[in-house]
Design a protein around this ligand. Structure first.
Ligand code: URA
Length: 206
């Protein structure tokens, strides 16, 4: 395959999408990211979680939500009674955007052009998996799919509809819980996140 391809394959399958996305050059983030971090999970999951973009750990391991935010997500999923192996987890942007700060790689928010450039991969994942519900984790994913005016703080956990997309529900990004200023606030925010995920659990048919 050409190293500069970013074309969505005609044959829509997750392996074909993953392979094509690995060579994506649709924006500049491939230049600084280690690899494309494609979604992962059950092929016909009833629920798909969409985060913002891979973090430092995800960039190195090539898997979504395996770093600190992933641990918060895992804990909340477990408390809500959701088996991670039964859902599909991906990101709006599939390369890590960062800037150096000393020896660390500091997370940078993806811009609209980067989110749009990555959209065909997310649309491909949605088309193959056909989830009954999309769970949008944080403002980047929510605004990418529900529009720039969407505010998680205002319409959190509400069922939203948009033409051509499965029903959606937005909640906070797990990393916002990690950024809580103190233990008490963190606990309150975690409880609210678990509460949202319990609503998600109702969409998982046995
Ligand atoms: N944050 C995200 O939005 N996605 C990941 O995969 C990890 C951290």
């Amino acid at each position: 395959m050409s190293p500069v391809t970013s074309k969505v394959p005609d044959q829509l399958t997750l392996p074909a999408l993953r392979e094509a996305a690995a060579g994506c050059r649709a924006c500049d983030l491939y230049k600084t990211g280690t690899q494309t971090v494609f979604g992962q999970g059950a092929e016909h999951a009833q629920v798909m979680f969409v985060g913002e973009q891979p973090g430092d750990r995800e960039d190195r391991e090539g898997k979504p939500f395996v770093g600190p935010a992933g641990r918060v997500l895992d804990e909340a999923l477990e408390e809500a009674g959701i088996d991670r192996r039964r859902v599909y987890i991906t990101n709006a942007v599939k390369h890590f955007k960062w800037k150096p700060q000393g020896k660390r790689r500091l997370h940078q928010k993806p811009n609209a052009a980067e989110i749009n450039a990555c959209r065909p991969w997310l649309d491909g994942e949605i088309a193959v998996v056909k989830p009954h519900l999309l769970v949008l984790l944080g403002a980047t994913a929510a605004q990418a799919l529900l529009g720039r005016d969407f505010r998680v703080s205002v319409q959190r956990a509400q069922l939203m509809e948009r033409p051509g997309l499965p029903p959606m529900m937005a909640t906070v990004h797990p990393s916002s819980i990690l950024r809580a200023p103190d233990d008490e606030t963190r606990e309150i925010e975690m409880r609210a996140f678990v509460q949202d995920l319990k609503r998600v659990a109702q969409h998982l048919q046995r």
